[in-house]
Design a binder for this molecule. Structure first.
Ligand code: SF4
Length: 418
């Protein structure tokens, strides 16, 4: 374990709930539909987060709980059956239907797992109905993806075949690129979870070695382990070093010859270092404050410190799974201040007191901080952008260099001294 200072904080939070993950999950699996069982607040959240996507034949929606449901006057299960029936009539191409729990559905205890079972027997074969919770009471932001994947795990067929399984949503071109690299290393069978079609689920079993692509998949990883898979310990594939160590973890597990690993990765590393250099120069020495939101904060901090020379003031995380973060924590500089949880008012006081050059935060805090003259980066961009792998290191750094550059342009005083 590194010499990081691990602190816990409780209080008011400023984070998305797990429903938000629907926005990228529905793009990954176009044959799936996400039906939130919730309130108008939930519908508004998804619409705002998805922006223009709501007009392009959406594959998500909200079954809004009315007052009659809340007062117990209507049978919520009958209502839900009716909504699902109508939906499947209009959209017969849907193959997997996720019933997504929300705060209201959890609070009034609608049993969505029972509903899923019932609907499965009704629509036998036409569609698979699953459920998970994206409620703000239980989940923050990316944990929604963890819930959705965990719900899919029991459907994965069993197999003892030796294979590498990449777990966590990746941008399609990045996925192709990473698979090409693993193929060059001689790893024959490489699958992804979630797949591009919800019906093309990878198999799982004792021959499966899992590389986690995303750091927020605690429950999914546990379920995969329960199905016999081995979870490889590695940092996450952000930046050159993280990606190299991540690829090497698989290479070691598959006993790939070290010289083949070196000859495959060296040219990529060389090119990536060259591309990264101008951004690293811009970021070097700048003070960084990360507020908690996605659980990507620790790998991002590690990359921005180790490869871009940024100084870490505080690394906030909504939730810290120490076992899964072990390899990352070892790479952080000693005495890095990591704060799990949040008291947003106290944290904002610390932001102001420390006078950072850049704050990574949610959309709700970004504009107010900008108005105070503090440069910000929206953490949500990290889940929509292709940031994984050696080749993407410079693009990832550019995401952080951009707001500093904009700040310099807009602030003539800074420009004079820059
Ligand atoms: S699930 Fe809860 S936190 Fe999320 S939008 Fe609905 S009410 Fe709000």
């Amino acid at each position: 374990m590194s010499g990081s200072t691990l602190l816990k904080e409780t209080g008011p939070r400023e984070v998305f709930c797990g429903l938000t993950s629907i926005v990228w999950l529905h793009r990954r699996m176009p044959d799936a539909f996400f039906l939130v069982v919730g309130s108008r607040t939930c519908a508004h959240l998804i619409q705002s987060a998805a922006g223009v996507m709501i007009f392009a034949e959406p594959r998500f929606g909200t079954a809004i709980l009315e007052e009659r449901d809340l007062a117990g006057l209507a049978d919520a299960h009958e209502e839900l059956d009716r909504v699902v029936k109508n939906l499947l009539k209009r959209r017969p191409e849907i193959r997997t239907l996720f019933l997504v729990g929300s705060c209201p559905s959890e609070v009034i205890k609608i049993d969505l797992s029972r509903a899923a079972e019932r609907l499965n027997s009704q629509f036998n074969g036409q569609v698979t109905v699953l459920n998970y919770s994206g409620s703000g009471i239980e989940t923050t932001f990316t944990q929604g993806e963890d819930g959705a994947l965990k719900a899919l795990v029991p459907l994965l067929p069993s197999s003892k075949e030796e294979q590498l399984l990449l777990v966590g949503t990746l941008a399609n071109p990045v996925e192709d690129r990473l698979k090409t690299i693993f193929k060059r290393l001689g790893i024959q069978k490489i699958e992804s979870f979630p797949p591009r079609q919800s019906t093309q689920l990878p198999s799982i079993g004792p021959g499966t070695k899992v590389l986690l692509v995303q750091p927020y998949l605690t429950d999914t990883a546990r379920e995969l382990k329960n199905r016999g898979a081995e979870i490889l310990q590695a940092p996450f594939p952000l930046g050159i070093d993280g990606s190299r160590l991540w690829i090497e973890a698989a290479a070691n597990a598959f006993k790939v010859n070290q010289s083949l690993v070196e000859s495959t990765l060296s040219p990529l590393i060389l090119r990536a270092k060259k591309a990264l250099k101008p951004y690293a120069e811009k970021l070097s020495g700048k003070k960084l404050f990360l507020l908690p939101e996605s659980q990507l904060e620790i790998p991002l901090a590690r990359f921005l410190n180790n490869e871009c020379g940024m100084e870490l003031i505080e690394v906030g995380v909504p939730y810290l799974n120490r076992e899964m973060m072990q390899s990352e924590l070892e790479l952080l500089p000693d005495s890095t201040r990591i704060v799990e949880g949040q008291h947003v008012e106290k944290q904002l006081d610390r932001v102001r007191d420390s006078n950072p050059d850049l704050v990574v935060c949610g959309m709700g805090l970004a504009n107010p901080l900008e108005a105070e003259g503090i440069s910000t980066k929206w953490s949500i961009e990290m889940v929509f952008s292709p940031i994984h792998g050696i080749d993407q290191a410079s693009d990832l750094a550019e995401l952080f260099a951009r707001p500093l550059h904009r700040h310099n342009i807009l602030n003539p005083k800074t420009l004079e001294t820059a």
